[in-house]
Design a protein. Structure first.
Length: 328
């Protein structure tokens, strides 16, 4: 392993290993942001796709060459299968802890700790934190708007639910027809079928805005959630569901049939049973602004506090110059 710079910055250093898949990067960013706020951590992104790691290095814990400008890490966090070889190869870096997000395909004893959704079916322990759904970058809102504005988040075919564009479009039209004084923002995703996206765009009018993934920006979702009094989400994307729930805006699920044995389906049902999200049959309560759960769901914050409490990250030292974040 090439030498990394010994950091004189008193802030603890966190490496975020990413495969650049949006969902995985979102989890890393959500946790990293809270570690920066709560522990003064400096965050450094490492693209695992740019580092070749033979399997023998991963098995033996022998670090490969990495960017020599990186300061020595205190904590290395990885999300996504594409980052696992790099994470395992770095597990013997001196004085550095390793943390994996989501259930990995290797023994948990090979890393310092793990954080994963409860629906992954692993038991909690002093080294394993179970979360309600996925960690994300959304911050709970202090206040929900009184304006009659609703947000619709549409995913697409997935291994977890039986996708039916006609059923989904029918439910969207039902809401729009029954709440004619509301303003609607409908967003598709990279997985939304082109034919459904075209049919959604036909709904566009002065009170209905339709946006494809190419028309949104990094902070688009947070801004839209802050402007919404109700959110409707297709259940195929656990990350979208959890982002909506975390915001604190009353959230409802469109009705699609879960596939047998789907862990994502089980995770979504868990949120329903906890009263954090409403079924389609309860759409009137969602549109009336009734939040089913009083306590907020902010798993990025809870996970960051767990990391700090477990001493996976050293406390920041006091400095007159303060802590600086080295990357975005």
């Amino acid at each position: 392993m090439s030498k990394t710079i010994e950091h004189k910055n008193p802030a603890p250093v966190v490496w975020l290993l990413t495969d650049n898949k949006p969902g995985h990067r979102n989890q890393l960013k959500g946790l990293g942001n809270r570690l920066r706020v709560l522990a003064g951590a400096s965050l450094y992104w490492v693209d695992a796709n740019q580092v070749t790691v033979p399997i023998w290095r991963a098995l033996l814990g022998m670090a490969p060459d990495v960017d020599q400008t990186l300061p020595k890490p205190d904590l290395i966090i990885a999300a996504g299968t594409g980052t696992h070889r790099l994470l395992l190869s770095l597990r013997r870096v001196r004085n550095a802890k390793t943390l994996v997000l989501m259930k990995p395909g290797f023994p948990l004893g090979w890393v310092s700790a793990a954080i994963m959704p409860a629906h992954d079916g692993v038991h909690a322990s002093s080294r394993v934190l179970l979360t309600d759904g996925m960690i994300n970058t959304v911050t709970p809102l202090a206040r929900i708007t009184d304006k009659p504005e609703a947000l619709v988040l549409v995913g697409g075919p997935s291994p977890h639910f039986e996708w039916d564009s006609d059923v989904l479009l029918g439910q969207i039209n039902h809401l729009i027809g029954h709440y004619p004084t509301w303003r609607w923002t409908i967003s598709g995703s990279r997985r939304t079928p082109e034919d459904l996206m075209s049919r959604l765009r036909e709904l566009a009018c002065p009170r209905i805005t339709v946006a494809g993934p190419e028309e949104t920006h990094q902070n688009w979702l947070s801004h839209q959630l802050a402007a919404s009094r109700a959110v409707w989400v297709s259940p195929d994307s656990m990350s979208m569901v959890c982002e909506a729930v975390t915001s604190g805006v009353p959230t409802g699920l469109f009705q699609l049939t879960p596939r047998p044995g789907s862990r994502v389906g089980e995770g979504v049902n868990r949120l329903i049973q906890e009263g954090r999200i409403a079924r389609w049959s309860d759409h009137a309560a969602v549109m009336a602004g009734k939040s089913l759960q009083n306590d907020s769901l902010w798993e990025a914050d809870r996970a960051a506090r767990w990391v700090i409490a477990r001493a996976l990250l050293p406390a920041a030292k006091k400095s007159e110059s303060g802590n600086r974040r080295k990357s975005t």
